[in-house]
Design a binder for this molecule. Sequence first.
Ligand code: 1SY
Lengths: 179, 179
Amino acid sequence: NVAHGLAWSFYLGYLQLVLPRLEEAISAFCASHQSSASLWSRGSKRLFILIPINANISHKLENEDERVHFYDSLPNSQLDRGGVRGRVYKHSVYRSLEDQAHDCVLEYATPLLTLHSMSQDRSAAFGEPQRREQVLLFYRTLRDILERSLECRNRYTLILLNDEHEGDPHYLSKCILRH
Amino acid sequence: NVAHGLAWSFYLGYLQLVLPRLEEAISAFCASHQSSASLWSRGSKRLFILIPINANISHKLENEDERVHFYDSLPNSQLDRGGVRGRVYKHSVYRSLEDQAHDCVLEYATPLLTLHSMSQDRSAAFGEPQRREQVLLFYRTLRDILERSLECRNRYTLILLNDEHEGDPHYLSKCILRH
Ligand SMILES: Nc1nc(=O)c2ncn([C@@H]3O[C@@H]4COP(=O)(O)O[C@H]5[C@@H](O)[C@H](n6cnc7c(N)ncnc76)O[C@@H]5COP(=O)(O)O[C@@H]3[C@@H]4O)c2[nH]1
């Protein structure tokens, strides 16, 4: 089951490494970005991870919603990983202009890009009908792993997006507001 | 089969992105690192990907072999990926001092870190006996994907390491020499 392994990979190779340092990175960011400091609520100092069921992932979030703008990157983390010296881990801060301004750390769950591409490559033995089911399995597996993780507690929010959002030009900013 | 998905992910989310740009990155590196320029052979301008069957991965290659030293990083690539603006992809150049000096781009296959950690987490439903078999499945799947990829042709070498290397303090430098 591809999704099972990708959820574990996403946790072990990324979330487990970056979430424990996230609060500190956001504080450093607010200290160096005065205009941002007042635009975070306590509940928003986490990584918002978007999981669209149809795995339609954009590389630029502002293309999904004109009220969402890339603001700046959080300070980078550098870690030695598997022979790569100082591998860089970074997150993007977005400003959402839905009624009032909000800053938040937002990104898609990148393993969904793999699920999407695999469903289009004939040799991957994985088609579009299975993809939806695999996205849901990815979401459930990841949710269960993260719920058991003490070091990641309260540092993330998984946002499962169903297809209704596809017609809405402001789904992302509304989503940010809701969470 | 976890290894099947991890091999596809490693190709679609990493090798397919970085290998086509590798030759250019190495040329730029040689131009800015005069002492390095003469230490590459034509066959060595590729990414050497280490795949130890026991999945025992080190984060610092020089800890594996005292004749191998981290020299510098190749120029970084930055790509917008899944909402992360300017995600950084970088590789490390190692100098091997086995008989004469050689420079090369070397790293472990990162998904093996996931296989290793999963085999140690009781909730991942994946134990040490299956791990060896999964590493071999990862290697074969990756090899087959890469052989079909025109854009990655001649830009990589997969190095499958069996357990005999474990006793040898210079296995890595000898390996580099051989390839
Ligand atoms: N050596 C190496 N250098 C890299 O820069 C790199 N980037 C990816 N990979 C490996 O390729 C495969 C596909 O990557 P993807 O991005 O889809 O999944 C990644 C991605 O969803 C997330 N992740 C890891 N690093 C980052 C990062 N810097 N920013 C955002 N997400 C990240 O966590 C997953 C697992 O990462 P790794 O377990 O490090 O190995 C990956 C994976 O096996 C890399 N391998």
